[in-house]
Write a protein that binds this ligand. Sequence first.
Ligand SMILES: N[C@@H](CCC(=O)N[C@@H](CS)C(=O)NCC(=O)O)C(=O)O
Length: 199
Amino acid sequence: MRLYTHSHCPFAQRAVLALQLARLPYESIEVDLYGPGITAYKHINPKGLVPALVLENDRNRVIPESEDILDFIDTDLLDPSASPDGVLQKLGDTDKAQRLWYKEQADILLKEGRVCYPYASKRMVQTLQEIDARLYGPFAAKCGLSIIDCSLFPFVWRIEREFGSVLEIKTPRLYRWLDTMGAHEAVQRTLSSGYWMWW
Ligand SMILES: N[C@@H](CCC(=O)N[C@@H](CS)C(=O)NCC(=O)O)C(=O)O
């Protein structure tokens, strides 16, 4: 597998988190998004966006959207019966509805954040509070650390850094969740100093 990525991109970070936490072997290729290399990359993903996952053993099938990459990893690459080396857990049947709900919330955070940056809007805080209330123990899904956490982390982490301590005050469980996630070396390796709005 090859992952086309960019070290500051939160969407690519979702895929990197899942691949690393699952300890899946892959080749990482940093795409020069705004340089001359982008022309060649558009043969892989015509939209020119990262991430894209290329499956050499499936006739170079390309999976371009971050959420689709996460679903592919969960559905096709995680095996619940094998004793996993990695910490990423496969979603159970009861977690599937949660996955859809969390996808919508991540989308709201992203869209709302683009509009209200650098001040947390009411809707952003309310969405964070709803997520906070829905956490299942330390993580989002009943099964443990999953692709749902990988989907949310890049955006919640950036909100915490750039919207002024909103989490610590308003959503203490989500604030602790950031620490729990950040305790993994694989997660720490993905942290970048990119700005909320750079993309
Ligand atoms: N919906 C896409 C969004 C990916 C995206 O916007 N990636 C940005 C980098 S963070 C990008 O490739 N930007 C290049 C451009 O806009 O030309 C996903 O979830 O994968």
